[in-house]
Design a protein around this ligand. Structure first.
Ligand code: MRU
Length: 367
């Protein structure tokens, strides 16, 4: 996708063995590239959300293992690196999935071979993510095209929450990929962008990337979605996911569940877009079983933004001394999800729907 008209990715290997990322804590006010030269750099970038979004933290963790193997390719270092990376953020299963994939590729190898294999595995995960997101875009664009046809070509109004665009992946995105593909097909799309408190991934990141791509959009307060749905101003809700259970429950940024409730009450289709790396086949009941990250309360009590002179400032928005709780994700039960958009197509949010697309899982589960 584009920044200032130039194709860009969120993460890439540097010539000297390091890895480079776009620092998402600086967006939209600055496009700054940060170098990750060690395992510690990768862990910090994930925990501090310089990189964020389920697929992207998975890819960063894969590169993090490669950086760890550069410093020490021994068995103990491999085990410790895998553990530190997995502990950086708990909710998105893509992180553990990517770490396990790279670690198992390295397990039987001589230490001298591990860095090179970890690098090629990380690069493969990144390329597969790009292909999966592109395919999600194609499948999801069919849904948008069908709505556009029903509306006689009038703009399709999509509401999205958080950032599940290319900044949350390596390229293309999940929930926003269908919008980019639809736009390329000449379909007129307008996006309602939930600001997404407390960290404002919608106002800061989704609005930024839609603007760079020339997609019409409007930033709204988080609580405006229900009102817009009641007045027929939302045709479709599209969100991403951090973990989808076997029966189709989906964890995503805090507030997603409330949008799904409002969508169900108003007959608005609510679709969740995610690649296979986001599906946790071991879990069924998302509310009971998906670990929900709790972050520091200062993300709720304070906000960062640009002053009129362009300088960046952090201000307190809550009453001094009031405690704050910061639940980073919630779970939308499958019954509120109209469909899952995956790289293999669109399916019902149910075990039967998922197994219809990922039939190889039947054998693994003995079904
Ligand atoms: O806390 P974040 O910014 O990492 O949360 C991101 C989300 O909730 C996204 O919607 C999700 O990871 C899907 S990304 C394609």
């Amino acid at each position: 996708m584009l920044i200032a008209g130039k194709p860009c990715r969120t993460i890439w290997p540097a010539d000297d063995g390091a890895v480079e990322i776009i620092d998402q804590t600086r967006l939209p006010h600055a496009v700054a590239v940060v170098r990750l030269g060690s395992l510690g750099d990768a862990v910090r970038a994930i925990a501090d959300m310089q990189v964020r979004g389920a697929p992207l933290i998975g890819v960063t963790a894969a590169w993090g293992l490669a950086l760890a193997m550069r410093a020490d390719p021994g068995d103990a270092a491999l085990g410790e690196a895998a553990q530190r990376l997995k502990a950086a953020r708990p909710t998105a299963v893509n992180l553990a999935w990517a770490v396990d994939r790279v670690a198992s590729a390295l397990a039987g190898l001589a230490p001298a071979d591990r860095e090179a294999v970890a690098r090629s595995e990380a690069a493969a995960i990144a390329e597969e993510d790009v292909a999966a997101c592109r395919a999600i875009g194609e499948h999801g664009a069919d849904l948008i095209a069908a709505i556009a046809a029903k509306k006689g070509g009038a703009a399709v109004n999509v509401l999205t929450h958080c950032n599940a665009g290319w900044l949350a992946t390596v390229d293309w995105g999940t929930a926003l990929a269908p919008i980019y593909v639809a736009q390329a097909q000449g379909i007129v799309v307008h996006v309602w962008v939930d600001e997404t408190r407390p960290r404002n991934q919608g106002a800061a990141l989704t609005a930024f990337e839609l603007g760079q791509q020339g997609v019409a959009h409007t930033v709204i307060a988080d609580n405006a979605g229900g009102h817009l749905m009641q007045h027929g101003r939302v045709d479709l809700v599209l969100t991403g996911a951090d973990r989808i259970t076997r029966r189709g429950d989906a964890a995503n940024k805090i507030g997603t569940y409330l949008k799904a409730l409002a969508a169900a009450d108003n007959g608005v289709p609510f679709h969740v877009a995610a690649p296979a790396s986001t599906i946790d086949w071991r879990l069924f009941d998302g509310v009971a079983q998906i670990p929900i990250e709790e972050r520091g309360g200062e993300e709720v009590t304070h906000m960062t933004g640009a002053l009129a002179d362009g300088s960046i400032a952090r201000v307190q928005v809550s009453a001094p001394g009031s405690p704050a709780a910061n639940f980073a994700f919630d779970v939308t039960p499958a019954r509120l999800i109209t469909g899952l958009i995956t790289e293999r197509g669109v399916c019902a949010a149910s075990e039967a729907g998922l197994l219809g697309l990922y039939s190889e899982r039947r054998r693994l589960a003995g079904i």
